[in-house]
Design a protein. Structure first.
Length: 295
């Protein structure tokens, strides 16, 4: 399938308070956000015209900006409405929504003094992140890059700078024939995939790393609640890399990934099973209102 370039599409983008034609949504090459990664964003999915946990995403966008030292000059209610407006303007009911806020081009230097804060929101059709059959399981490589310590980067923010090592890790994984990479943290413990949280089934319980150096994902929290509703024990704890091979099932959870089974991480092999399927069905039912497994 041929990918339509993102800078040459029909449609509409919400830009600083107004809908503008997609192709007109351009910024100056000397924008501070481009040079110094002073930008924060969200990834949201709409199902049947409803953006899943929209306010949670908007609240995190605003909080991420504050962690980077700037205030987005629109309220949560206005941003929520803008997300819904751009979805409708592009004729979408099921789709992906991307708000992004960044510092502008009024000044350029390490200091952001004098720059304005810009906000844009786009929406487009985006099916399953890893392909149609999420229960089959993806292959993952082991990333060479590690998630930084929280005293070296704003690890609780969804900011563009923290995705650089994820991009490098995913690029290398894809070159090796894998769909994604598992990243460790600065201590050598399990952290996450390049853009999703990770869960392990061990001795019948669901284990997931404590999010002390990476995002406590909105989908992550949803899946943990779904597991508890189904009487599945959830254990949130530090997970050492040496423990990976002891898991019987592994899956990823994220807005783009939704719930996706993992069949391989480096030398370790897993068989997607009962708990993964139950949580995949539960998540699909919650978001789509139907017990589908494949997206």
């Amino acid at each position: 399938m041929t990918m339509i370039p993102f800078d040459d599409r029909d449609g509409w983008i919400w830009w600083n308070g107004s809908l503008i034609p997609w192709r007109d949504a351009r910024l100056h090459v000397l924008s501070h956000g481009l040079h110094y990664a002073s930008a924060v964003f969200e990834g949201e999915r709409s199902y049947h015209g409803n953006i899943f946990r929209l306010r949670d995403h908007t609240d995190r966008l605003l909080a991420s900006a504050r962690m980077l030292g700037f205030e987005i000059p629109w309220s949560a209610a206005v941003i929520d409405a803008a997300c819904e407006t751009v979805l409708r303007a592009n004729g979408l009911t099921d789709g992906y929504v991307r708000p992004i806020a960044w510092r502008g081009a009024e000044a350029l230097g390490v200091s952001p003094a004098g720059t304005s804060v810009q906000l844009a929101i786009a929406a487009w059709a985006w099916p399953s992140y890893y392909g149609a059959d999420r229960m089959q399981g993806i292959r993952m490589a082991e990333a060479a890059w590690r998630r930084p310590a929280p005293d070296t980067a704003p690890t609780a923010a969804k900011c563009t700078s923290l995705y650089a090592i994820g991009t490098l890790s995913k690029q290398r994984a894809e070159a090796e024939g894998c769909a994604d990479a598992l990243m460790l943290d600065w201590r050598g413990r399990v952290a996450e995939a390049t853009g999703a949280n990770v869960f392990f089934v061990m001795d019948g319980a669901l284990h997931t790393p404590t999010p002390d150096g990476f995002l406590d994902g909105i989908t992550r929290r949803t899946v943990m609640a779904l597991a508890r509703e189904r009487q599945i024990t959830v254990v949130e704890r530090p997970i050492e890399a040496a423990e990976i091979g002891g898991a019987t099932e592994v899956f990823l959870a994220g807005t783009a990934a939704e719930v996706t089974a993992v069949r391989e991480i480096g030398p370790h092999r897993f068989t997607p099973g009962r708990i993964t399927e139950a949580l995949m069905r539960g998540y699909d039912s919650l978001t789509r209102g139907a017990p589908a497994v494949s997206s």
